[in-house]
Design a protein around this ligand. Structure first.
Ligand SMILES: Cc1ncc(COP(=O)(O)O)c(C=O)c1O
Length: 496
């Protein structure tokens, strides 16, 4: 067909062909019909179609029976734009992903170049240059002692892979009973059956029981709600770490394969820990030959003010799960870092790790990751986050003058503001109050006031903040002003 001819035809008209053949009792595909007819579509059409045909993740759909969905149409720098024309500051970097900000041309160029060179090749028996280059790049910025990268497409797959590799490693090295995992209460580690078993949030698990057996929980490092008085956070950390030893001894060291820990636990609201905690955890894991797995799905790639939380807090993990910000969210990719000892049994003979993902280490994702890490280095994003983190903390701590703000905690560019009913007693919201305030008010009010972030009650209610690492004091002030306005109103509603 000549180019002039093809220009004249509406390419979307082809969409009509299957539509015309459709049985009228089938789904109503009005958006497609409108597009095929060359009509302009926008918020109204997306709302209708989205409500009828999309199933959102971790989302209660009943509010859409009356109200609208939030549809984000564009991202640029620190800002998002919705389908109604509102501009929102991105207080959560997408989902802890867009650390270099939105719509970086370098990433789009890297993707395009890679697509034209090698659009796809799996890492099944074959390799490709971008996976090879990226593995070396990652090892150059990762914690000491790592030598191998297993690529995935995200955090859940990293968690799943780490557990499976630990199990097979022990089977192949004469400790076949070592298969159990321990993780921390309220921690989120993903959604597949294995990763969900490691997740410590009962409400997320109930509907999918029975899960993978052999996963156990120990206390996390929620210092704000420590079970009793401690002289300081180090002492509390040692207490919490010792619960791991207790659990390993109780289950039997010969049966425990791995302990999963986030450098800063997200679910529950940014539970940090001092180096004393991680030192003790390391000692315990070494003593009982338990694989120490740092889940850096969120904390990786600058979030803590270092390349990885494992470096910042000297965790010295045996495996490290990363994902999300490896590409600043522009492509789905995950990278599991491993010490070489896990690979040793696979070096000779017929042994193989019968595990993998079609899209794990996708060439386009790897190319984008390389370009992303280049941005980090060129713009000194890690240093920028490290230097500006104390300012971010101080800015958020201004909110302590509000009666509803019980605790501000976190590190790097990763903070949580805990909401309480009574500052002195630390009394938290009841289920009903949390429901009314978080879902009934806060989430929408925050959006309306101009911020995209998350009010979360997987533990006690918190507002979570993790803006792009490109943000600075100006954006911190903007975030604080919005939170101040919304939390002032929330307090009135709580007591109204
Ligand atoms: C610590 C942690 N692990 C695992 C996951 C699961 O990652 P994904 O959603 O990429 O599968 C998440 C997601 O937020 C996470 O925060």
């Amino acid at each position: 067909m000549a180019i002039s001819e093809s220009k004249k035809t509406n390419p979307l008209a082809n969409l009509l062909k299957p539509l015309l053949k459709r049985d009228k009792s089938g789904p109503q595909l009005e958006l497609l019909e409108a597009m095929a007819a060359g009509k302009e579509v926008g918020d109204k059409e997306w709302q209708k179609s989205g409500k009828e045909h999309n199933w959102l993740h971790f989302t209660r759909h009943s509010p859409f029976n009356k109200g609208d969905m939030n549809i984000i149409v564009r991202g640029e720098g620190h800002y998002l734009y919705d389908s109604k024309g509102n501009k929102l500051i991105d207080g959560l970097s997408g989902l802890f992903t867009c650390n270099a900000g939105h719509a970086r041309p370098e990433l789009a160029q890297a993707a395009q170049k890679q697509m034209m060179e090698l659009d796809f090749m799996p890492l099944w028996s074959y390799n490709h240059p971008r996976a090879i280059e990226l593995a070396e790049k990652l090892l150059s910025i990762g914690p000491e002692g790592m030598n191998r990268i297993f690529f995935t497409t995200g955090g859940t797959e990293g968690v799943e892979s780490a557990w499976k590799i630990a199990k097979q490693y022990f089977k192949m090295t004469g400790k076949p009973q070592k298969h159990k995992v321990i993780s921390r209460m309220t921690a989120y580690h993903g959604t597949s059956h294995g990763a969900l078993s490691i997740t410590g949030i009962p409400a997320f698990k109930q509907m999918f029981e029975p899960l993978v057996p052999s996963a156990f929980r120990v206390p996390n490092t929620n210092y704000y709600r420590a079970p009793h008085e401690f002289a300081n956070e180090d002492e509390f950390g040692i207490w919490a770490a010792n619960r791991l030893e207790e659990a390993i001894l109780f289950e039997g060291p010969d049966t425990v394969a791995a302990f999963f820990v986030e450098p800063i636990q997200n679910a529950g609201g940014c539970f940090t820990a001092t180096k004393a905690y991680f030192k003790r955890i390391r000692e315990i894991c070494t003593k009982y030959d338990v694989v120490l797995v740092a889940d850096e799905t969120i904390t990786g790639y600058g979030r803590t003010g270092e390349w990885f939380g494992s470096i910042r807090y000297d965790i010295q993990p045996d495996m490290m799960i990363t994902a999300k910000a490896i590409t600043s969210g522009a492509q789905p990719l995950g990278a599991l870092f491993l010490k070489e000892k896990f690979f040793e049994p696979f070096k000779e003979g017929t042994s193989v790790l019968a595990h993998g993902y079609t899209f794990g280490g996708h060439p386009v994702a790897c190319a984008v990751a390389l370009a992303n890490l280049e941005i980090f280095e060129r713009e000194n994003l890690i240093e920028h986050a490290r230097n500006n983190s104390p300012i971010f903390r101080k800015t958020l701590e201004r909110l302590y003058d509000l009666p509803i703000v019980g605790d501000v905690r976190g590190d790097g560019y990763f903070f949580a503001v805990e909401i309480v009913k009574d500052k002195k007693t630390k009394e938290t919201l009841s289920r009903a109050e949390s429901e009314k305030l978080l879902r009934g008010f806060l989430n929408n009010a925050l959006l309306e006031a101009g911020i995209y972030c998350r009010a979360d009650d997987r533990g006690d209610p918190v507002i979570q903040l993790a803006p792009p690492l490109t943000c600075g004091p100006k954006e911190f002030d903007e975030i604080e002003a919005i939170l101040r306005k919304v939390l002032t109103e929330a307090w009135k509603r709580l007591n109204g």
